[in-house]
Design a protein around this ligand. Structure first.
Ligand SMILES: Cc1cc2nc3c(=O)[nH]c(=O)nc-3n(C[C@H](O)[C@H](O)[C@H](O)COP(=O)(O)O)c2cc1C
Length: 382
């Protein structure tokens, strides 16, 4: 199987599985507990059908939308994800450049493997910095100052990771950062020699936002679950979020809001957006899917802040359904991570290009020429 065989999400997933040692693949592909929420995130879109209108004159379609005060060329962007250097040796550089090519936003994780300074140098595309609230206040201040100095457009405080999710695939494979060989994973690393050669010969795996403050994850192997449980501040509360929002003094989002009550409080503390998300099902299994919860949240706060719907998106039609319910845009992780693992920048460009083409085609088939024409009247729930 090659890149040219990849026509959709599942094809990229298959190629990523072929290219990556299994602990790394399962880190991307897995989720919490029984993965019920993970599966529901995508299945939720099937409970709703699109109702198209015809004869609408659709030769020119404008896919652009404005989020956090920035116009992006399509209503889908790359959510911040950790450790991209493990998936492809170019890591975040590849994703940033591909996002720029398609004029969309790109998120960098606190656990990113390319620095915010370098991202600022190599791209002009709108950027989001994902903030993990650590116990170490010096580290928190440093993260914020660096993201600000590197001219990031949005700060997104992740609020659904107050402790590590129970990712049983990672327990089985022994996945750690940096990766280490275990008896269970040895065969998989040996049978993926290209990954191993690139890992050893290309620029070293680093966590440039954290390495001056913590050894876990850079010099000391740690599981991702224990990183969250030990390093992040479980006392984080609304006052902390409000202070961070004021300190950032720019576009600010809470990432991982699921209740109407929290969405309203996000407005009260000064957020300009929220990401309705359950972290791709990687945290609370049994939690509701973002798409299932979207209408309630849009009803409550959709006229006050930007509501982003995130998780489970595998098709352009999933995005159109979320926009019809009032999301300003959607974002996704695995939808570009499998492509990154499959072929670096070329892979992410191909995937984003396919989403763009799918969105344009589906808009035409829906009889819409701009995303604000999508409304709940385009949908029927089964
Ligand atoms: C491999 C991987 C790493 C992730 N790392 C982070 C992270 O560092 N910070 C964060 O806020 N969310 C992280 N996420 C969650 C994504 O930002 C996003 O919420 C999720 O991927 C959406 O679900 P989807 O993958 O089904 O699109 C990660 C997700 C994946 C798959």
């Amino acid at each position: 199987m090659r890149l040219t065989d990849c026509h959709n999400y599942q094809d990229f997933r298959k190629l990523a599985k072929k290219r990556l040692p299994s602990p790394i693949f399962h880190y991307i592909d897995g989720a919490a507990d029984d993965e019920r929420t993970y599966n529901r995130n995508t299945a939720a879109f099937d409970d709703v059908d699109l109702v198209p209108n015809v004869l609408a004159g659709v030769e020119n379609v404008d896919l652009s939308t404005t989020i956090f005060g920035k116009k992006i060329d399509m209503p889908l962007f790359c959510a911040p994800t950790a450790l991209q250097r493990l998936f492809h040796h170019d890591g975040e550089r590849a994703v940033a450049r591909a996002a720029e090519k398609y004029g969309t936003m790109f998120g960098v994780s606190s656990l990113g493997t390319v620095s915010v300074e370098e991202i600022n140098e190599i791209t002009n595309t709108p950027t989001m910095f994902q903030f993990y609230f650590h116990k170490d206040r010096g580290l928190n201040d440093n993260l914020l100052e660096r993201a600000k100095a590197a001219k990031f457009d949005v700060l997104a405080l992740t609020v659904d990771t107050i402790t590590g999710g129970n990712r049983e695939r990672d327990l089985r494979t022994g996945f750690t950062i940096p990766p280490k060989l275990t008896p269970a994973s040895m065969l998989s690393f040996v049978t993926h020699p290209m990954w191993g050669i690139n890992y050893l010969t290309k620029p070293k795996f680093r966590l440039p936002h954290l390495e001056d403050y913590v050894s876990a994850g850079t010099n000391v192997n740690t599981s991702i679950g224990s990183y969250f449980s030990n390093m992040l501040d479980q006392s984080m509360n609304w006052n902390d979020a409000e202070n961070l929002c004021a300190q950032w003094d720019g576009h600010f989002a809470l990432k991982g809001v699921m209740s109407v009550e929290d969405a309203k409080r996000a407005v009260d503390i000064g957020c300009t957006g929220i990401m309705v998300s359950n972290h791709g099902g990687r945290q609370l299994d049994g939690g509701r899917a973002p798409f299932d919860q979207l209408a309630e949240i849009v009803d409550a706060v959709g006229d006050k802040i930007d509501v982003i719907c995130e998780g489970g998106i595998q098709r352009g039609t999933h995005v159109l359904k979320a926009l019809s319910l009032g999301a300003k845009a959607c974002s996704g992780g695995r939808l570009y991570l499998y492509a990154l693992a499959a072929a670096g920048q070329a892979g992410v460009e191909l995937a984003l290009g396919q989403y763009r083409a799918e969105l344009e085609r589906d808009m035409k088939l829906m009889g819409c020429t701009s995303v604000d024409q999508l409304t709940p009247s385009n949908l029927r729930f089964r």
